[in-house]
Design a binder for this molecule. Structure first.
Ligand code: GLA
Length: 411
């Protein structure tokens, strides 16, 4: 069976209990933001290309309240988080032109600090907060974006500021990750964590940040996520090396980005004897952007066979041309594809471990899980994310209602 996803209500209840124990009294604010799985369009966001993620029912929640003074305290209940799990943050001076916050302390705290530093709007007041999450850390499902976006939403609740649009919010969170986590990520993860909508994947044009909802709510079709439980560290050099190679290829082709290139440009790179690695990286990005655009049409037409084939081609390209897969991910994809009724399977996210995403007919999903359990050499964890109960972005009123329900029924 697949992992039972801890509900947002349970996370909120646990975070509220911890808040009472730690700080005494009640939290006044509760927010949540989801992780994501990317269906297709990998390593295309920082090339101005298309991506098509969906938000997950795996979320990060924050409960807390405003306090007086200059020092905030935040606690994480995430057992995988690095120590210490309690931090104090000196809040930036209200009148400072640039908000500076020290870059020290555990990694999870750096995301929180980065978002405070990049928050648009009035300087946030000091706060007490408890953070809790069901998004696996380092599993390629954007635990960092979920933390950034939930922090941003928490700050919005603290300040009451409502003039920031979704794009600005996503961009501020992306900046936080660049500056405070040292990860030169694209915009996909933060964008979908802000903009995800239940029952839909989101086709995002990362050039102009326009987005189109693509319905994915067929009860016969299931999105199965399999965590390889091999952890990757994207801040390592590999991600930024890929970025640099893409920029180099675009420069040779005299394009602003690889979004402007097409398959004839690959022939050109070959004809001038460009570096082999560069050609492979460019070929992945150029073909992946094309696959994503075609995939969006296929999904709209409910042509799941075609979409599945594109997912398979995406995996092969990530494995062979972009070199970001690993034996565990390849094995998971292979094992999924052994079962009739599997439409497509691929690694998802940055790569070097993390998860695969498989599109499968609902009636055979248990067979896929059994097959992987029997034959996979690692320790897999499965999440079935039927889009019907999948992607949600919880805004404050909804969370507050849920929290009230907890007060009524749980405590
Ligand atoms: C990570 C980054 C994203 C994107 C993916 C690869 O998740 O945060 O911006 O580049 O890798 O598609």
């Amino acid at each position: 069976m697949a992992e039972c996803i801890v509900s947002t209500e349970t996370l909120l209840a646990e975070a509220t209990r911890a808040f009472r124990e730690e700080f005494g009294g009640e939290p006044e604010i509760a927010v949540a933001a989801p992780g994501r799985v990317n269906l297709i369009g990998e390593h295309t966001d920082y090339n101005d290309g298309f991506v098509m993620p969906m938000a997950l029912p795996l979320v990060t929640v924050i409960v807390g309240r405003k306090i007086g003074g200059e020092f905030s305290t935040a606690i994480t209940l995430n057992k995988d988080a690095d120590l210490p799990r309690k931090i104090t943050i000196e809040m930036p001076n209200e009148n400072a032109l640039v908000r500076t916050i020290e870059h020290s302390g555990p990694k999870w705290g750096l995301y929180v600090k980065g978002v405070i530093a990049n928050y648009i709007g009035p300087a946030p007041p000091a706060f007490q907060a408890v953070i809790h999450s069901s998004v696996p850390t380092g599993g390629g499902l954007s635990s960092s974006a979920a933390l950034e976006v939930s922090t941003y939403t928490f700050l919005d609740s603290l300040t009451g500021y409502t003039n920031t649009n979704s794009n600005q919010k996503a961009l501020a969170c992306q900046k936080a990750e660049h500056q405070y986590a040292g990860m030169p990520c694209g915009i996909m993860d933060q964008f979908i964590s802000v903009m995800g909508k239940q029952g839909n994947a989101l086709l995002i044009d990362c050039r102009n940040l326009s987005a189109e909802l693509i319905p994915l709510d067929d009860p016969e079709i299931v999105v199965l996520i399999t965590n390889s439980n091999v952890k990757h560290e994207l801040t390592g050099s590999e991600y930024s090396t890929r970025r640099k190679h893409c920029q180099e290829a675009a420069l040779i082709l005299k394009k602003v980005s690889l979004r402007d290139a097409n398959e004839s440009d690959i022939d050109y790179l070959k004809s001038i004897d460009a570096n082999d690695t560069l050609i492979k990286r460019a070929r992945h990005v150029i073909t992946e952007i094309e696959r994503t655009a075609i995939g969006a049409v296929a999904l709209k037409e409910k042509d799941y066979n075609k979409f599945g084939q594109l997912m398979n081609a995406s995996h092969n390209s990530l494995r062979d041309d972009y070199d970001v897969s690993c034996p565990e991910l390849d094995q998971l994809v292979e094992l999924a594809l052994q079962i009739d009724g599997v439409l497509g399977s691929r690694m998802t996210g940055g790569g070097f471990g993390g998860c695969t995403v498989t599109l499968v007919h609902a009636n055979v999903v248990d067979q896929v899980i059994d097959n992987i359990k029997k034959k996979y050499t690692g320790n897999p964890v499965f999440y079935i994310c039927k889009p019907s109960d999948g992607e949600e972005f919880y805004d404050h009123p909804k969370i507050n209602v849920q929290l009230d329900m907890h007060r009524l029924f749980i405590f």
